[in-house]
Design a protein around this ligand. Sequence first.
Ligand code: SF4
Ligand code: F3S
Ligand code: FES
Length: 234
Amino acid sequence: MEIQLRVRRYDPESDPAPHWDEFRVEAEPSDRVLDLLHQVKWYQDGTLTFRRSCGHGVCGSDAMLINGRNRLACEYLVKDAGSRVTVEPVRGMRVIKDLLVDMDGFWDKYRSVMPFLVNDEVPTDGLERRQSPEERDRFEDTSKCIMCGACTTGCPSFWSNPDYVGPAAIVNAHRFIFDSRDTAAEERLEIMADADGVWRCRTIFNCVEACPRGINVTRAIMEVTREVSGTGHG
Ligand code: SF4
Ligand code: F3S
Ligand code: FES
């Protein structure tokens, strides 16, 4: 089938403003939108710029706005996208070129929540930190995050306040706050209690719709918010 692909292009070094380019691409219904972008990049216009790595929904590098919704280009199939496909960069981030956005601020916020296990105590048996299946289940959902940023860049509260730590960082704080082996929950809750922390969430739910991993992002935010309130950090 022939696909009409519209891509929002912008090179800040040479373009006065963003514009749309249109391409015609032959594709199979089972192809992904990433395949369409590859077709353009390899055979029609080598200057088209976008990020991708694994091509299989694991690395989280190709989140973009496809037909008006945040999705991973490597997961969204042509048969679902239809014969007219529109691709734009995610919102709320500075465009470096075309679909490539500056993720530095996003990673700063991710790092700010200490997304790693903190525990300096020696395990009781001297060998390993044990955890029951129930304790592990407590953060199962948020452990699935691939840091694609689709939630944060789909959040209107983040668009209006770029300092908001954002749902992706909160999901990763949740991942460790509720890990029974971790000892730094208090520090993370302090960060979450900040003016630009969990209180910026207005329960708009775009983040849940955007998440390619099916994580219940809003529930995770509410659970962290409850902890923040319960421990007097709010
Ligand atoms: Fe992506 Fe979902 Fe993680 Fe947000 S919570 S960064 S949408 S995987
Ligand atoms: Fe934004 Fe999700 Fe909250 S879209 S306002 S983080 S529920
Ligand atoms: Fe890795 Fe799409 S290219 S998630």
